[in-house]
Write a protein that binds this ligand. Structure first.
Ligand code: HEC
Ligand code: HEC
Ligand code: HEC
Ligand code: HEC
Ligand code: HEC
Length: 471
């Protein structure tokens, strides 16, 4: 009876709600949750309860299921014939309807729990940093599950299982703040990234221009021009070369790190088809700065095969440094570079200590107002709009990258796609040495890129290229 009651109530409600959802009439992430994570499973529960009840009390009390003998008996009695026919039609139609609704609901549940909205918004506080960074990234049209799970039931199942553990930690508030990186059991990039990117195809070199603004009065705009040797894995006879040599099909780079962050790499092995393995290990430092090698026995630490994520650990959750975040706003003219010393002053207020985003907004706004009122009172009185834009731009730069509630502050999530302070590429390059020959993994400045200009106002290379383009 309870089962029948649940089904009787939920079926029409669920059907109407699903029509609303399909037509997109209700725009609320909790609506989908209620529909597909609460009501749909409850309906299935009701159906199961109904069937179980029928089986359990079958023959007892006043419950009978359709057995052949029962039907035969009913059909032979003329008075009961029409009634039983109606009952049969009703059962058939309602079963079909149920199967249809449950089918559509299961499919929608699957789609809904795989959507970026569900992942990013449902656990709002927990996922806010990653979701915000994702929304501002080149992958904002790629759903979370395409990188975090990929296709196939195997990883889907694994994640539903770990997902339950994570749900429990959210409910009890025992999750780590910030969420730890790297993720231990992330699906290998070779199976997810390569659904869209083909390593064999990254060809040749790319010219990058990186814009910076200096801390001087005019916020001087300077450029670093780098020719990055993106290279490729091997394709149709081209030898693997350049940065993507590490992920070509013919060889593998494996490494062991002794810390959770995978920052202290102690051993690297290069395996190439038809060649002997080459092993590199950490060089002990000598002289004044001598430090003991991190403790490790051979075989300690996880052996990882290098893939996309060992360099591209921030393809979509890109948290900028304070400097980069402000440069981006200045470049887009959201913060006007016309305001004297705005880079320096914004940097000073944006890196202050705040306990919440609201407090930061007030702190940044007050900090800038106080300084400019004291030093450039006329300028901001004459250009109130310009000044207001600068304040808003600075707050945006903060809010896109910093989440005090999750302890995500400047520099918490580091990128491995470079070599600031010996991190990223320099975890191996220049640090590890071949055991026999003593040859170090190269850190020659021209191995990965050629730098044409570093923080120059008018790089010659750009003028030359412009001449070429005009020809
Ligand atoms: C383009 C691929 C991609 C997409 C899309 C993506 N992620 Fe990630 N995510 C990654 C990678 C790579 C890491 C870092 C893994 C590592 O270092 O082990 C990561 C890490 C994370 C982390 C751990 C904390 C951190 O920043 O390292 C969380 C939480 C996370 N992602 C949530 C999400 C959510 C929520 C979405 C969707 C809104 C999403 N991700 C979409 C690739 C992606
Ligand atoms: C569903 C397809 C898809 C998947 C999966 C995917 N990407 Fe991408 N990726 C794209 C597209 C499309 C672009 C180009 C975006 C643009 O330029 O607006 C891109 C751009 C990039 C770029 C260049 C970014 C830039 O700053 O211009 C890098 C690097 C990259 N992806 C790495 C990765 C890595 C690493 C993974 C796996 C963790 C991954 N991608 C997974 C589709 C995908
Ligand atoms: C050894 C580190 C490393 C590994 C491993 C690596 N990449 Fe890259 N990748 C780079 C660097 C460095 C760049 C240059 C981009 C830059 O400077 O922003 C790059 C550029 C790219 C780009 C942009 C290419 C372009 O033409 O603009 C894509 C897409 C990309 N990588 C995807 C991948 C994928 C997919 C994998 C795994 C199969 C992978 N990378 C493995 C370091 C790496
Ligand atoms: C886990 C260790 C490790 C990391 C991290 C690493 N590399 Fe390498 N890299 C190697 C090894 C090993 C070689 C081969 C050295 C040799 O044979 O002399 C190599 C070779 C190279 C080469 C030369 C490829 C060729 O044409 O032969 C380039 C370019 C390169 N790496 C770029 C990078 C960049 C860029 C990064 C960071 C984004 C990076 N590497 C990070 C281990 C690493
Ligand atoms: C193993 C590869 C590798 C080697 C060796 C290497 N770099 Fe880099 N370098 C990179 C990568 C990758 C980036 C990051 C590009 C990006 O941010 O997209 C980079 C970025 C830079 C930048 C630009 C920083 C910025 O954002 O403006 C400078 C400057 C630079 N490198 C200087 C050097 C110098 C000097 C050396 C020699 C000591 C050197 N690099 C050796 C891989 C390398």
């Amino acid at each position: 009876m309870t089962g029948a009651l649940i089904v009787g109530v939920l079926l029409p409600v669920l059907m109407i709600s699903m029509v609303f959802d399909v037509l997109g009439l209700i725009d609320n992430p909790y609506f989908g949750f209620l529909l597909y994570v609460v009501m749909a499973p409850l309906l299935v529960f009701g159906i199961l309860l109904f069937i179980l009840g029928g089986l359990f009390f079958h023959g007892k009390e006043d419950i009978g299921t359709y057995t052949v003998e029962y039907l035969k008996e009913q059909f032979t009695r003329p008075g009961r014939y029409t009634r039983i026919r109606r009952l049969l039609i009703f059962t058939a139609v309602s079963t079909l309807l149920l199967v249809f609704v449950v089918g559509v609901a299961s499919y929608s549940s699957f789609k809904y729990t795989s959507s970026a909205r569900f992942c990013g918004l449902f656990c709002h506080n927990v996922m806010q940093p990653q979701y915000t960074a994702y929304e501002n990234s080149p992958h904002s049209r790629v759903s979370c599950v395409e990188c975090h799970l990929g296709a196939g039931a195997d990883w889907s199942e694994r994640s539903r299982f770990t997902g339950l553990k994570q749900l429990a930690s959210v409910v009890t508030g025992s999750y780590p703040k910030p969420i730890l990186s790297p993720i231990n059991d992330l699906r290998p990039g070779r199976e997810t990234c390569e659904k869209c990117h083909l390593p064999e195809k990254f060809h040749g070199s790319r010219l990058y221009s990186k814009d910076h603004f200096l801390n001087d009065e005019t916020n001087t705009h300077v450029k670093t021009i780098i020719l990055m040797k993106v290279g490729s894995g091997d394709i149709q006879g081209t030898k693997a070369h350049g940065v993507h040599w590490h992920v070509s099909g013919i060889q593998q780079v494996q490494y062991r790190a002794v810390d959770q962050q995978r920052e202290v790499i102690v051993a690297v092995r290069k395996r190439e088809k038809g060649k002997k393995d080459v092993v590199y290990s950490l060089i002990p430092k000598t002289g004044k700065n001598a430090q003991p090698l991190p403790e490790y026995k051979s075989g300690a630490g996880e052996l990882r095969t290098m893939d996309c994520i060992d360099c591209h650990n921030r393809p979509t959750h890109i948290f900028l440094s304070a400097d980069e975040a402000l440069d981006k706003k200045l470049l887009a003219n959201i913060i006007p570079s016309y305001l004297p010393y705005i880079k320096r002053q914004a940097l000073a207020v944006i890196t202050g200590k705040y306990t919440s985003r609201e407090e930061a907004g007030v702190g940044i706004s007050r900090g800038l107002q106080n300084w400019y009122r004291e030093h450039y009172p006329d300028l901001i009185r004459k250009n109130p709009d310009l000044f207001e834009r600068a304040i808003q731009g600075t707050i945006e730069a903060y809010e896109e990258n910093i989440f005090p509630e999750m302890n995500v502050t400047w520099g918490i999530y580091k990128t491995n796609l470079g070599h600031k302070n010996g991190s990223g590429c320099f975890r191996c390059h220049g640090k590890l040495q071949e055991n026999k020959s003593g040859r170090v993994i190269s850190s020659d400045c021209n191995l990965c890129h050629i730098i044409f200009a570093e923080d120059e106002k008018h790089p010659d290379i750009l003028s030359s290229l412009q001449c070429l383009l005009r020809m």
